[in-house]
Design a protein. Structure first.
Length: 331
């Protein structure tokens, strides 16, 4: 009987360049101290990419290749979960890389249901590492993690974590394949709620190459879905704040409201030809938000531009957004 892999690396891939996929796989194959498998799930890529992805099967003996019709990253990850054999599962996006450092530590004796590592975000020339505000912890409290989940950061991403496969299977924890944003947060929080033991190791495990173009394309391509996902995530976070925050509750409500406004405003800004149904839906959601008088200046400006629906102001904002992005890229 062959040895069961300790980790199943699940990699959804959709029209990602071969160079990036090679970079991703090469980072995993730097691991020398433990047995692992790689599950590459082709989410309906174009034929020219598919032909190249299929070649990886012959190149790597411990790589499983699966093709399915395009159904989104959540569906691809779910497929990977269903065929995985490892004790733990680790999600990787095909244009990112892992840091092999934690995997070359002694993880063979790991028993925790969830093991959380740090993640490094790379946006153009900006690099920032995200972790928890703690040193190494075993048996991290769920309340600590849930409090952290309302802020954009480590707990919001499915990457950078080892999930015990049996916990996923026994509790039928999967990604919501219908969501375009926010599916990671829901998945991680659901897993936390079912975990008995959680461990945090403050060592980097992942390099996340974040592209604003990818996020913006979703806003313009799936506006109604992004609006619904934003509203769902907003309500999800409000519920966490209500349960786990006593002090600073109003401050946190304001912060998540401002983040929702930013997301909704991006949908509005990135529509080339404004759809009245989209516009009215966004306005109706923001109208229902409390604390608007306490929003920061930039969000008050966003709301003013939205409410006035002034084409000149909207054009100026788009120009400022492009200028800001160029300056950020040149830092």
């Amino acid at each position: 009987m062959s040895e069961i892999p300790l980790i199943s690396f699940i990699i959804p891939v959709y029209n990602t360049s071969i160079d990036k996929v090679n970079r991703c796989l090469s980072s995993i194959f730097k691991i020398k101290e433990l047995k692992f498998e790689i599950i590459l799930v082709n989410d309906g890529s174009k034929e020219k990419y598919t032909q190249e992805y299929e070649k990886f099967v012959n190149k790597y003996s411990n790589l499983k290749y699966i093709y399915e019709s395009n159904a989104g990253v959540g569906s691809a990850r779910n497929k990977g979960i269903s065929v995985s054999k490892g004790k733990y599962i680790f999600f990787v996006d095909s244009d990112d890389i892992i840091d092999d450092s934690p995997f070359n530590l002694n993880l063979k004796s790991a028993q925790s249901d969830l093991i959380i590592f740090n993640v490094t975000i790379k946006i153009a020339k900006t690099v920032k590492q995200y972790g928890l505000d703690n040193d190494k912890l075993i048996n991290v409290s769920k309340s600590t993690l849930l409090r952290a989940s309302i802020k954009n950061g480590l707990i919001n991403w499915s990457v950078g974590k080892l999930y015990k496969r049996t916990v996923l299977q026994h509790n039928s924890i999967f990604f919501d394949k219908n969501k375009k944003t926010g599916e990671d947060l829901e998945f991680v929080v659901n897993f936390i709620s079912k975990s008995k033991t959680i461990e945090y190791l403050p060592i980097n495990s992942y390099y996340y190459y974040l592209s604003k173009d990818t996020a913006y394309s979703r806003y313009s391509k799936y506006p109604f879905q992004i609006i619904e996902d934003t509203l769902t995530t907003y309500k999800f976070r409000k519920n966490i704040i209500s349960k786990f925050y006593d002090e600073n509750r109003e401050k946190e409500f304001i912060r998540i409201s401002e983040e929702a406004v930013q997301s909704l405003f991006n949908v509005y800004v990135l529509q080339q030809n404004l759809n009245l149904e989209i516009y009215n839906k966004i306005v109706d959601i923001i109208n229902e938000m409390p604390h608007k008088d306490n929003f920061n200046l930039i969000n008050k400006i966003r709301i003013y531009i939205l409410y006035s629906n002034n084409k000149v102001l909207l054009k100026m904002y788009r120009l400022l957004l492009k200028t800001h992005e160029k300056l950020a890229d040149n830092k």
